[in-house]
Design a binder for this molecule. Structure first.
Ligand SMILES: Nc1ncnc2c1ncn2[C@@H]1O[C@H](COP(=O)(O)OP(=O)(O)OP(=O)(O)O)[C@@H](O)[C@H]1O
Ligand SMILES: [Mg+2]
Length: 191
């Protein structure tokens, strides 16, 4: 499977999504995470600790050797990056926060993506009893945007995972299993 993670808005969980989707795919076959963001967030995260997948920068990546490839991009990816990776992708995952500023970029992105297969993923959903994530799903429905049924909630365990260079399931935190479970549910929708 070839997956590209992208968004126009920054800080919406692209890198977090790319790392965890790569880990889920790695359970099924050899997986490469390509960090196509010059800021190198995914690369740093994945090399601080141990990950079940390989990681490479866009220039040095040898994707043909891997069964699964996940590409993390910078916000508003350059046309060159899109050209290079989007046509080869089976799916483009577009993370969005439930905020209006993030949601309102999506119709524009859909126009840019034309006929490419994409699915929006609501991330950073505030904890219950907030219904912001559910409301975001309703907005996506109203906009006619394809989306995952599940959402990723906001858990501080994700921040700890970045610091430690591990997956969220390996963080010592009472909510770590719930946070990992959110991505597992997305993985189940994917496979
Ligand atoms: N579900 C979540 N719960 C809590 N914090 C999260 C969650 N997802 C991401 N974060 C945190 O939010 C910040 C932005 O996430 P991330 O780096 O994954 O977004 P991004 O879209 O890749 O950002 P950029 O556009 O800068 O590359 C990070 O500090 C990350 O640890
Ligand atoms: Mg990022």
């Amino acid at each position: 499977m070839r997956i590209l993670v992208l968004s126009l808005k920054g800080g919406v969980g692209k890198t977090t999504t790319a790392v965890h989707i790569a880990a889920l795919l790695a359970a099924r076959g050899s997986t490469l995470l390509i960090d196509a963001d010059p800021a190198g967030g995914a690369h740093g995260w994945a090399t601080r600790g141990e990950m079940p997948f390989a990681v490479a920068d866009a220039d040095s990546a040898k994707p043909k050797r891997f069964e699964h490839v996940v590409v993390d991009t910078r916000a508003q990816p350059k046309a060159k990056t899109l050209d290079e990776f989007s046509r080869k992708a089976d799916l483009l995952i577009v993370p969005t926060a439930p905020s209006e500023l993030s949601l309102e970029t999506l119709p524009r992105l859909r126009d840019d993506l034309e006929d490419l297969p994409f699915k929006v993923l609501v991330t950073l959903g505030p904890p219950a009893p907030s219904r912001d994530a559910e409301r975001a799903l309703e907005r996506l429905e109203a906009l006619g945007l394809p989306h995952f049924a599940g959402v990723i909630r906001r858990y501080s365990a994700f921040e700890k995972a970045v610091q430690l260079g591990v997956l969220v399931r390996d963080v010592r935190d009472p909510r770590a299993a719930a946070a990992w479970g959110d991505y597992e549910a997305i993985g189940a929708e994917l496979l």
